[in-house]
Design a protein. Structure first.
Lengths: 281, 255
């Protein structure tokens, strides 16, 4: 078995209108080489599900998004994602803004083939008024408590990025936080995992204990070797966030000319040229 | 030792908000709340549980700048998911969040300004505020108190206030508790008959009129509003020499 593929082949499988879940969290371990490949494509009208970082900012800015399902969008060291804010304020897409925990619950329900999971988070808040499709469910037991029935967030495709993977689809996360990558994969019909390096299965043990190989091959259809694939988000311990680059990215939000220059240099080019441009800047 | 700054008075008022919490996970957002939480832990609430801001419990107290000659002592693994699974949804937490807007019942907004469909200013989003306020104790910090923040009506309710909690069933709202609001002008709680916000104390040098005129809604308060207590010499030493040698809090809260 060999599941190795490329960003281009993955994006060729995507269709307009699909629901795409993007792993990582904020500006941390995002599958950015896959996001950049989507930016190069003609794809449109996507529903994007994310603990949002620059993935959300870039895709919204590029007009790829019809609906964003999220709890927040942040660059961590820059708390507000300026490109996302701009797109939101222009009314450029539908915003399904949830409590962060609800997002996890929706992915978990989809992963486990449940129509919904009950949750207390959201009660009394405007999560209910800005997401009018959310329904309530009453406990059938004596307490009779009414709770929010968080519907399953079923994904067509999940995209995640990890530190190491083997060719058959096992993935090793060496950083401190696995985030929700496994839930995205289990909630999706097609699952693609990029990684810093593809290694022989027998070498996982050299890098970390077995529990770091937390993505199993049942969860993955395609493996993409993408060194620097999470740049400019952090991918610990391989590299920290590229704060200078992130600042440059963020600063282009208020200056259309600077944005065009950024786009020409970093986005309208191949992944190889992107990585080269990052190195030589 | 020079007189305490307004920021230092706020830090102590924030520490006081965590008094009595015992062994809860205390999460703080903003520099002054981070100093205040750590101050409580170093003085009267030694059992507080805090995180390193990444994915672990912090079992040593380091400066808010993160600059320390000693390696931080990390305890339990605490990745983002376990925050929900083990902490937020079990209720063993007291969070102090910021508020871009807050109303008389403690409804809080940091999601966006203007209509949610097409906001004038997109802010953080709902984040964890709906869940935090319904599952465990919550407090707020406002570094610059104005009538644009303390408003009659928030544009979007991200954190649930007392009137909204009262409209829910008893089961739904049984863990809801908005404990304190600390601003650069004073300390507030909701210990009134209908849980309207009450001015508990004004910081030294602040007049009650200043707070009232910086607040759109009518604030409950006693005829005589006491002053927020001053930091003790030990607290000032801990703030200035241990927790915040760079004086970052004085940039967040101006004189």
């Amino acid at each position: 078995m060999d599941k190795r593929t490329t960003e281009r082949e993955v994006v060729a499988e995507l269709r307009d209108g699909m629901t795409i879940g993007i792993g990582g969290w904020g500006s941390r371990r995002k599958p950015m080489s896959l996001v950049r490949e989507i930016l190069r494509s003609d794809l449109k009208q996507l529903t994007v599900v994310t603990y949002g970082g620059p993935d959300a900012g870039l895709l919204c800015k590029a007009g790829k998004v019809d609906k964003l399902i999220y709890g927040f969008v942040s660059l961590d060291s820059i708390p507000l994602e300026p490109h996302f804010r701009q797109a939101r304020q222009a009314g450029g897409f539908r915003a399904a803004e949830l409590d962060e925990g609800m997002l996890q619950w929706g992915l978990r329900a989809a992963a486990h083939h449940l129509p919904f999971l009950p949750i207390r988070a959201g009660l009394g808040s405007d999560v209910l008024s800005v997401n009018p499709e959310l329904k309530m469910v009453r406990s059938p037991y004596e307490d009779g408590e009414e709770l929010i029935a968080m519907p399953a967030i079923e994904l067509d495709v999940a995209l995640i990025h990890v530190n190491r993977a083997d060719a058959i689809g096992n993935g090793q996360i060496l950083g401190p936080d696995p985030y929700f990558d496994d839930l995205y994969c289990m909630a999706a019909k097609k699952r693609f995992m990029s990684c810093e390096k593809v290694i022989p299965t027998s070498e996982f043990a050299k890098h970390g204990p077995v529990r770091t190989v937390s993505i199993n091959r049942l969860m993955v259809d395609g493996v993409i070797e993408a060194p620097g694939g999470a740049h400019f988000t952090e991918c610990l311990p391989d590299y920290p966030r590229d704060e200078d680059f992130q600042r440059e990215y963020a600063s282009t939000a208020k200056d259309p000319e600077a944005w065009e220059a950024f786009k020409a240099r970093y986005l309208d080019v191949s992944e190889g040229d992107y990585q080269e441009a990052v190195k030589t800047r | 030792m020079s007189d305490p700054t307004r920021a230092e008075i706020c830090a102590v008022a924030i520490a006081e908000a965590f008094r009595g919490d015992g062994e809860l996970l205390v999460s703080t957002f903003g520099t002054t709340p981070s100093v205040g939480g750590r101050l409580a832990r170093l003085t009267f609430e030694p059992d507080l549980f805090m995180t390193d801001g990444v994915a672990a419990g912090a079992e040593s107290v380091i400066p808010v700048s993160g600059k320390s000659s000693e390696e931080p002592v990390l305890g339990a693994w605490m990745p983002f998911r376990l925050f929900f699974d083990n902490v937020v949804w079990t209720g063993r937490r007291h969070v102090m969040m910021m508020a871009s807007q807050i109303d008389r019942y403690g409804n809080q907004n940091f999601a966006c300004i203007g209509p949610h469909e097409k906001p004038k200013a997109q802010l953080l989003g709902m984040r964890g505020a709906p869940g935090n306020t319904i599952y465990h104790r919550t407090s707020y910090f406002v570094p610059a108190h104005t009538d644009k923040v303390f408003v009659d009506r928030v544009d979007v309710v991200s954190g649930v206030g007392y009137d909204r909690a009262a409209a829910l069933s008893k089961e739904n709202s049984r863990f809801h508790h908005i404990h304190r609001v600390v601003s650069n002008l004073g300390v507030f709680d909701f210990e009134t008959s209908d849980h309207r916000m009450r001015l508990v104390s004004v910081h030294p040098g602040v007049r009650v009129e200043d707070v009232v005129s910086g607040t759109q809604f009518e604030l409950a308060h006693d005829a005589d509003v006491p002053e927020t207590r001053l930091p003790t010499p030990e607290e000032l030493h801990l703030i200035r020499d241990v927790l915040d040698p760079e004086g970052w809090i004085n940039r967040e809260v101006r004189e």
